[in-house]
Unconditional design. Structure first.
Length: 142
């Protein structure tokens, strides 16, 4: 959930001390991720379960799953951003990397694919490439 949070704030007015954002294996939206998990983990369709859960959250907490969208927030991003994702990630599908990257309005953006990495394992699968890329990105943008 940290990557989604980082992408969500990228679309907000940020304090001057936020120079860049690095996200690793972030999803496109809460709705997309919940739908995927209902299907993959529980073998259930998103309708009507997700719709009912969304309604309950709206009534009780004023929170709408449809509005929790990294893609929408990234359309307003202004700070440099590095997107990282493993191409074997099935928990947050790899194709979400391109959707997030393409939505990002930042003039400075970069993406890194770690081949063979599953969810949140990119730094373990190829630590040299991962940390060199992070270091280079910070060196140029911090």
């Amino acid at each position: 959930m940290g990557a989604a949070t980082a992408m969500d704030v990228a679309g907000e007015s940020l304090p001057a001390n936020v120079k860049c954002i690095i996200e690793d294996c972030g999803y496109t939206s809460v709705w997309d991720e919940f739908s995927l998990q209902l299907k993959d983990v529980f073998g259930l369709p998103s309708f009507p379960l997700l719709d009912v859960a969304n309604l309950v959250c709206n009534v009780r907490a004023g929170y709408d799953f449809h509005k929790a969208s990294s893609v929408e927030q990234l359309k307003h991003a202004t700070v440099p951003m590095l997107f990282i994702h493993g191409d074997q990630d099935t928990f947050v599908p790899y194709d979400m990397l391109d959707q997030n990257y393409d939505a990002c309005a930042s003039k400075v953006k970069q993406k890194l694919t770690i081949h063979g990495a599953t969810h949140a394992k990119s730094a373990q699968v190829n630590p040299e490439l991962y940390w060199n890329t992070v270091g280079d990105f910070l060196g140029k943008n911090f």
